[in-house]
Design a protein around this ligand. Structure first.
Ligand code: FES
Length: 547
């Protein structure tokens, strides 16, 4: 390693800090990491450590096909083996775009060593034709407007440019901002991590402090497992409810918990998140964006606002409990971070639905749904897979009205494969033109954290393994009752048994390679959609020398 220009004293036993970098120009949300990492390195050096950067697979949401989620587990393997195989005492995890955060934390959790996350930070607010617009959320709206004929293609392209006007990740409370908030709420990133914009000097200062802190964590023997206890996950679930966070956090936190060995279930999401009011007024559930959230006080101000709902003794990477981290936090804008009695939604969090259509569970985000659809009985309009959906959705002859329930099959972990973000399927053009903007949609897919609507997701077991979703037919009646947490297919058991006997499993699209391994070994969404053989912590000890 002397060819890096390292002096002799670099090898005197000082803490070696790996800096796991998800930079990639294919991941535009993390494309500024080359600059950010210099501030982390400076902090490590100042604290007496030796910083060594290493690249890992970068799971960029916007470019990877068939879906970034297919590669979350692959990236986590890369992270795990790179951490364990290389001689490092602690690791800084540089994450930004949606899947980069869980993949890094999952990999580090399977090693369990001093670890700290720094997020890349969100983009600045989008501004278009005199109004504020948010990534993802307004893309969905505008694309429906284009399809409904009320927005031109050129205006759409201009809005895109106005939306992505600085480095950073999506600046709505989409999955990237949610996961940046989750690592802060879990206690594995410094306070303030979620909200400082990517281009704000505060972000660089935080990177520097992160570099300093990881060296101290090595000296203090503060491992990831000491922080990622059950209370940390409960705090994160509650904060997710308060911020109106992404449904994707459900599968990611379940997977992280599985890696570190902390018991966490799908039902914990409902149990601990159910009565948490959504107090952060950010898109897609509300009005504002991450830049506003930063100025309002970010996650520390939210946690202070809901302190009585949190375990304030939970340990964090600062070496202190949550209580001390948030002691001086203040809410500077009660429009953005509302007082509890003026909550955006009294019951935020995730509704975990069960019934004969989802025996192992499904989720719905009440804060993004239409109140008038939360209890509804409707006729199923079934799409056998995403190709079928795309082929018929705008067919004027499609037998569908606003009261129908759209059902999409074979988009789960094994079916798509990778459980793509297609659950918030766009409505038929003919209904959009009539002014319809929301309908109940049910699938085994996920949806973008920037999306909204009365969308039932993550149905387990998925259609591709023969879950009841596979048996739904056009014209079946389905009942959704969010308050009762019920999702029911109104078809007799005898009829379902007959359909099951006739069901034929879909043939996987690809033979061999990682995709085959994934399809063979991925577990269902209700347990985090990890690969079965990756669950658990294998430690970071290296049994043998290389020569
Ligand atoms: Fe990367 Fe949204 S596409 S954060």
């Amino acid at each position: 390693m002397k060819n890096n220009g390292l002096p002799d004293d670099a090898f005197d036993g000082r803490p070696v800090i790996g800096i796991c970098n998800t930079f990639s120009e294919f991941t535009p949300c993390n494309a500024h990491f080359r600059g950010l990492i210099e501030h982390i390195k400076a902090g490590v050096l100042e604290a007496g450590g030796l910083p060594l950067e290493f690249p890992v697979f970068s799971c960029g949401e916007s470019n990877l096909r068939p879906t970034a989620m297919l590669f979350r587990n692959l990236a986590s393997m890369d992270v795990e083996e790179a951490i364990r195989g290389n001689p490092m005492d602690g690791v800084v995890l540089m994450a930004g775009c949606d899947k980069t955060t869980p993949s890094l934390v999952m990999g580090a959790a399977s090693c369990d060593l001093p670890s700290i996350v720094i997020s890349g930070g969100p983009m600045l607010n989008g501004r278009f034709q005199g109004r504020t617009i948010g990534s993802g959320t307004d893309v969905w709206k505008f694309s429906e407007d284009v399809r409904a004929g009320v927005m031109s293609a050129q205006d759409f392209a201009d809005a895109e440019s106005a939306m992505s006007r600085s480095p950073g990740s999506c600046m709505t409370m989409g999955t990237a901002s949610t996961m940046a908030s989750m690592v802060e709420a879990l206690g594995i990133a410094l306070p303030g991590n979620a909200a400082y914009p990517a281009v704000d000097a505060h972000r660089n200062r935080l990177a520097r402090m992160t570099g300093r802190r990881i060296v101290e964590m090595v000296n203090e023997d503060l491992w990831l497992s000491a922080i990622l206890k059950k209370e940390a996950f409960i705090n994160a679930i509650r904060v997710n409810g308060a911020i109106g966070g992404s449904t994707n956090a459900v599968v990611h936190l379940l997977a992280i918990a599985g890696r570190i060995g902390t018991p966490l279930t799908l039902d914990d999401w409902d149990r601990f998140g159910r009565d948490v009011p959504t107090i952060v007024d950010l898109m897609p559930s509300g009005r504002f964006l991450m830049e506003d959230f930063c100025y309002a006080g970010g996650i520390p101000a939210v946690m202070k606002e809901m302190a009585d709902l949190l375990d304030l003794d939970a340990l964090t990477v600062t070496g202190k409990p949550v209580r001390e981290n948030i002691a001086d936090a203040r809410n500077h804008n009660t429009e953005v971070i509302r007082p509890r009695d003026k909550a955006l939604t009294p019951q935020g969090g995730m509704a975990v639905l069960r019934g004969n259509l989802a025996p192992d569970g499904a989720i719905l985000k009440p804060s993004a749904a239409s109140p008038e659809l939360m209890k509804h009985r409707g006729r199923a309009v079934v799409f056998e897979d995403i190709d079928h959906y795309k082929a018929v959705i705008d067919d004027p002859a499609l037998d569908i009205d606003a009261h129908c329930i759209m059902v999409l099959k074979n988009c789960g972990p094994k079916g798509y494969p990778g459980m793509a973000e297609v659950g918030n399927m766009a409505l038929p053009q003919k209904l959009l033109q009539q002014g319809v903007r929301d309908m109940i949609r049910i699938s085994d897919a996920r949806m973008s954290g920037t999306a909204y609507g009365t969308v039932v997701l993550h149905v387990a077991p998925e259609a591709a393994v023969g879950g009841p979703l596979a048996l739904v037919r056009n014209g079946d009646m389905i009942e959704l009752d969010v308050e009762a947490r019920r999702l029911h297919l109104d078809v007799s058991d005898a009829e379902l048994a007959e359909r099951r006997a006739a069901w034929v499993a879909p043939v996987p699209a690809m033979k061999g390679g990682y995709q085959s391994l994934y399809v063979e070994r991925v577990i269902q969404a209700d347990r985090g959609a990890d690969l079965d053989f990756l669950i658990g912590c294998r430690g970071h000890a290296i049994p043998r020398e290389s020569h």
